[in-house]
Ligand binder design. Structure first.
Ligand SMILES: [Zn+2]
Ligand SMILES: [Zn+2]
Length: 188
């Protein structure tokens, strides 16, 4: 184990339970084949996503905060959601399919772990729009716990609803870009 990992464990309040200080060992095969694995907070649901995300973004909407309020995962409760967009065909639940529950919110179906209530992914209710999904990117377990460059967020959506300010250069949308069925209006 390297010094960084030991330090992180020493600094953590819940060593060995925490996925931040105890990142899952990522095999070279996963790295080579660009497979990103993740799991919910309680470990009941495991999933994997192949290849890089289409994009990732931060969502500041009230709906996301509401859903996160039931989650047992402190990482879900930062006040905004971190979502990775993927082609549905590249996403697989590898463990705990039967542990998933869903809620319907607007036109989407949001799948959560029925135990820890962490959001796993959301998909449109409309069969025409089910080619892509939004994965709760907080649940990915990256090599060494470090977010890869392909997961760097490209924008903020529903920014006026925020509870946390961001001092970054990313575009901040009043609601969402037009391709996500928003007005495309920017704030600031
Ligand atoms: Zn869970
Ligand atoms: Zn949201």
């Amino acid at each position: 184990m390297d010094l960084n990992k030991i330090l992180r464990r020493l600094l953590c309040a819940i060593p060995f339970l925490c996925t931040f200080c105890t990142p899952r060992e990522v095999s070279q095969k996963e790295v080579d084949e660009k497979v990103y694995k993740g799991q919910c907070y309680c470990g009941g649901i495991h999933f994997e996503a192949k290849e890089e995300p289409l994009f990732t973004q931060y969502c500041h909407c009230n709906k996301c905060r509401n859903i996160a309020s039931d989650s047992k995962n402190p990482a879900d409760k930062k006040g905004y959601n971190f979502t990775a967009a993927y082609l549905t065909k590249n996403f697989t639940i590898t463990k705990g399919q039967g542990e998933l529950t869903f809620i319907v919110s607007n036109s989407s179906r949001l799948y959560l772990c029925s135990h820890c209530k962490s959001l796993i992914y959301g998909i449109s209710q409309d069969p025409e729009k089910q080619g892509g999904i939004g994965i709760n990117a907080t649940n990915f377990q990256f090599a060494e716990g470090i977010r890869p460059p392909s997961f760097e967020p490209v924008r903020h959506i529903w920014y006026p609803n925020r509870t946390v300010d961001f001092d970054d250069k990313l575009p901040k949308f009043k609601d969402a870009p037009t391709e996500q069925f928003g007005t495309g209006e920017l704030v600031q």
